[in-house]
Design a protein around this ligand. Structure first.
Ligand code: ZN
Length: 134
């Protein structure tokens, strides 16, 4: 794993949270993107070298809707940048981690993503992401 790519925060209302975090960081988000397959709307903030992703559920029963219903708003996942996501999946499986989706799927921000089951990582939902080369 190369570095933390971003930290994901689940929110109830993306418009309101965009304004709140813009005040916090002193600048607005630089993009918004909907990932229909995941039932989520996202926005991204650049803070120095780091990125923060806000996520709002767009439909009931989606992963973010379930998270917010169960735990409320807050930090949802930590995403790590990887160079070769397939190789990382194989390596982590050998180490005994449970992968939620073995076939990488298209996430926000032009990334292939895989999630690890938080039960195997002390309750932290870990996302691996690899930039899709254009
Ligand atoms: Zn993410």
């Amino acid at each position: 794993m190369n570095k933390i790519e971003h930290i994901g925060i689940a929110v109830k209302n993306l418009e309101e949270s965009n304004q709140l975090f813009a005040k916090l960081f002193g600048k607005p988000h630089y993009k918004m993107e909907e990932v229909k397959s995941e039932g989520v709307k996202t926005s991204f903030f650049q803070v120095g070298e780091n990125k923060i992703e806000l996520l709002e559920a767009t439909k009931e029963g989606s992963p973010i809707a379930k998270f917010v219903a169960k735990k409320g708003e807050g930090i949802h996942h930590i995403a790590f940048d990887v160079t070769d996501i397939q190789a990382e999946v194989i390596r982590l499986q050998k180490e005994g981690f449970v992968i939620l989706n073995e076939a990488p799927k298209k996430g926000a921000d032009n990334k292939l993503v895989v999630f690890l089951h938080p039960k195997g990582t002390n309750g932290v939902l870990v996302e691996l992401c690899q930039e899709i080369k254009k």
